[in-house]
Every structure is written in C-alpha cells, then in structure tokens.
Design a protein around this ligand. Structure first.
Ligand code: PHE
Length: 465
C-alpha cells in the first residue's frame, strides 16, 4: 500500500511546544507533588531528577530517533525497523496500551479540573474554613453522575482537537498553553513564598532526608520520570515521526526535560508551603492538588479570577497531553488498518470513555467503589500503578534494548547527526542506551517484581500506605 504523505510539524518551535505540551501535564501538576509527598520529599525529588537525566533523556532521544527513521506510529515503527518481528511489534502495542490506559483515568482527573473551573466561577470557597474547602474534593469524587459527566466532556473535547489533525489541532493548541501555565505557576509560587510554611515546604522538597525514604521508591521515581516525559508509551515515537530532518533531536530532548523538571518543582513549591501552613498531611494522595490549591485561592486577592484561570490552565495542560494519548492510539489504526483519522479518533475516544468508567466511579458507592476493599487501592490508582510501575518501565527497557542492540548503529548515528550541533553526544548516548539504561531498568523491575528487595538490603521497610 502506498504510504500517504505524512503530515509534519510546521516549525521546530511548534514541535518543541507540542512535545513539551504533551509532556507537561497532570503528571507534573498533579502526580509529581502527591507522589513526592507520599515518598518523603527531598531524596525522592533528587532520584527523580537523576532518573530523568540519566535514563529518561537517553530514552527520549531514542524514541525520537526511531520515530523519525520509521515514519510511522508506535507499532509501525517497530514493524518497519525490526522486519515485522512479532515481539517488537508487541512492544509497540504495549506502548499503545499504556497510552490508552493513561487516557482512561487522565480524563477523569481533567474532568474534575473542569468541575473546579465551574466551582471557582461560583466562588464555592467563600466563607469556608480550610478544612471545608479541602473536603469538597471528596464530595466531588464520590458523586458518580457529576464525575461521569465531566469525564465525558473532557474525552469529547480531546477527540475534537485530535480530529482536526496535527497542525491545526495539536500544534496550534499546545503553543500558547504552555506559556500561560508557566506565568500562572510562577505568580503563585511568589505568593506561597509569603506564607508561613514556605521554609518548611522548601526544606521538604529540597532537603534529602534519608530517614523518610525507602530505596524501593526509586521505582516510583523512574515510573514518574517516564510518565512525565511521556516515555515508554509510543508518544515520542509518534511525535518523532512528524519531525523534520532539520530538527535537532538531542537539543529538543534536553530542553523538554529541563522544562519538565522546572515545572514539577514549581508545582511542588506551590503546593507544599500551603500544606505546611495549614497543617494538611503531606501524603494527601491523589486528591492533593484539589484539596490544597483552593485553600490558597480563597486567601488570595482576586480569588475568583486566579482560581478560574488556574483550573482553566489545568484543564488545558491536561488537554495538550490527552491529545497525544489519543493520537498515539489512533495513529496506529490509520497506519495499519488504513482507517481515516476521523474514524480512528472516534473509535479510540469512545472506547477510552467506556474503559474510564470504572476509574470515574472508583470513589463512589458503586460496584467499582468496592475495588479498594479487594485490592487495597482504588481502581483509578490500580490502573495508574499497572501502567507507571510496569508498562512504562518495560516499554522504556525495550526501546533501550532495541536501539542499543538490535538497530543498525549506522541508522541511529545518521538520525542522531541530522540537524544537530551536538554530534559528540552520540557516543555517550549510545553507551547509555546499550548498558546503563537497560541495567538500571532491569534492576528496578526486579525490585518491583519482588525478586529483589533493596529495602531489606538497606535495612528499611516500606510503610504500608
Ligand atoms: N507526560 C504527561 C504528563 O505528565 C502524561 C502523558 C503521557 C501525556 C503520555 C501524553 C502522553 O501528564
């Protein structure tokens, strides 16, 4: 079958912003702070940054290299570059499955964000105590119809953007969102700097305190790093396939990783001072952002405006990530089955809505609300764990093994060189791909599977959550 002319990003900046827009999302704004809170702060942050630099960035580069060479979606890339080997195509499908699963709960979260836009507009927090404001989230999460309604709206919004294609849809929307988000985040951090708990918050985030840390948390740090960089799920493979030959792959990867770390730290700096000022528990779990931020907003002059603006941006940043998640899954259907973009997007969006229902209902008094009694975590958290602790590290591992051991060295060299001024990086990068990344990830996966117990080795026990 003749391959249709592939659509490409209109400019390098457009690509950087779209890729950054995909990467900066709820992982940075919502997940990073709460996982950091659960893992005791400073040392976890340090390991997260370490994982991002030494494992995340090399794999990020590898995905772009494979994508641009293969000129297909995640499955097609492996089909082309690995001679249709079923195993490697399976790796592509694993990435597609990860994206699909992430989308299923991502839209529930973003849906809650939409609800907060409306609550902000109606000033729900006026004349309420900090505890009351924080409690609103539990009411929302336990309401099946409201959560389902927003889950539906958000999925539909995402589908509408992807439906329009790469340039007018994804690239256009991602470009200014990222900048708006940065401005608001910095403004809020300036405000939290005036709070009494600021010093404690900063200490919590930056001071590595080993007594609150368990070595096994490094798996979570790696999973989080992959989640935030959108790795191991075919996203950057797909985005790389829309890159032009003149685009600089290593530089792009470095810029995006630096942006993500910066935004994650800003998000933490915005949230932890509030936690310490108002005496909330640092390990507040998945609702952390929704519980703490409105408390801050209620204190601010111009609360209505700031709170509305923040949650609109929250939703937009989720949207620029969600479009990537849907795009990755849909691109494979257009590539492999010859479906039109429109048909693929509709099928993927409807399935993702349906599959997201149990996550949406995970804190309600329904059948799915009981999951926690069976498994110990909500359905929502279970899906997140399956993806972040297993699928993403395995996907990343396979990308590293493929690039380091199976792909013709000449190919990666050539792709790496094209458009970059950082040619010298190929050698160290290749070494990382071949040795460091696979060994580190295998180690982490062994720990995760229980075959290895670093906590016991280091004499610390993981506390049950
Ligand atoms: N990186 C995104 C985040 O941090 C999640 C994501 C993964 C988005 C994959 C798109 C694709 O929220």
């Amino acid at each position: 079958m003749m391959q249709k002319q592939r659509e490409h990003w209109s400019s390098h900046l457009g690509f950087v912003l779209a890729a950054a827009g995909s990467a900066i999302g709820l992982g940075t704004l919502w997940k990073f702070p709460y996982v950091t809170g659960e893992n005791g702060g400073g040392l976890f942050v340090l390991i997260y940054i370490f994982c991002t630099f030494f494992i995340g960035i090399p794999i990020f580069i590898a995905e772009l290299v494979l994508g641009r060479k293969g000129q297909r979606g995640a499955v097609g890339v492996f089909a082309t570059l690995a001679n249709h080997s079923a195993v490697w195509k399976g790796v592509g499908w694993l990435g597609v499955a990860s994206s699909f699963l992430i989308m299923s709960f991502y839209s529930v979260l973003a849906g809650w964000g939409l609800n907060y836009v409306f609550m902000s507009l109606t000033r729900f927090y006026e004349n309420r105590s900090a505890q009351e404001i924080a409690g609103v989230f539990d009411l929302l999460a336990s309401s099946a119809d409201i959560t389902l309604f927003w889950h539906f709206i958000f999925t539909a919004l995402t589908a509408a953007v992807v439906y329009r294609g790469i340039r007018q849809g994804i690239e256009y929307w991602s470009s200014f969102m990222t900048i708006g988000l940065l401005v608001i985040l910095i403004g809020m951090c300036l405000f939290t700097a005036t709070l009494e708990g600021f010093g404690k918050g900063v200490r919590f985030i930056f001071y590595p305190d080993p007594s609150h840390f368990h070595p096994s948390a490094s798996i979570q740090a790696l999973g989080l790093s992959f989640f935030t960089l959108s790795l191991g799920q075919g996203v950057m493979l797909t985005y790389g396939s829309y890159m032009r030959r003149s685009d600089d792959i290593p530089k792009t990867a470095l810029i995006i990783a630096a942006m993500i770390i910066f935004v994650s730290l800003l998000a933490a700096l915005m949230i932890f001072p509030i936690i310490f000022t108002f005496g909330f528990p640092a390990e507040g779990g998945a609702g952390l952002v929704f519980k703490t931020l409105p408390v801050l907003f209620a204190k601010l002059p111009g609360a209505l405006f700031i709170s509305t603006a923040f949650f609109i941006l929250f939703v937009f940043t989720a949207l620029t990530s969600a479009v990537a998640l849907i795009e990755v899954v849909a691109a494979n259907f257009t590539d492999l089955l010859g479906w039109s973009r429109q048909k693929a997007v509709l099928v993927v969006a409807v399935s993702s809505f349906i599959f997201g229902i149990p996550s949406a209902l995970s804190q309600t008094q329904t059948l799915f609300g009981n999951w926690i009694a069976i498994y110990g975590k909500t359905f929502f958290e279970t899906i997140d764990d399956i993806v972040s602790l297993w699928f993403l590290p395995i996907g990343g591992l396979m990308v590293a093994i493929f690039t380091g051991w199976f792909l013709d060295k000449e190919i990666s060299h050539e792709e790496f060189d094209s458009g970059t001024t950082m040619r010298w990086m190929w050698r160290p990068w290749f070494f990382f791909m071949r040795w460091v990344a696979p060994v580190a990830i295998v180690f982490i996966i062994l720990q995760q599977s229980g075959l290895l117990d670093v906590d016991a080795y280091f004499g610390s026990k993981r506390v049950a959550k």
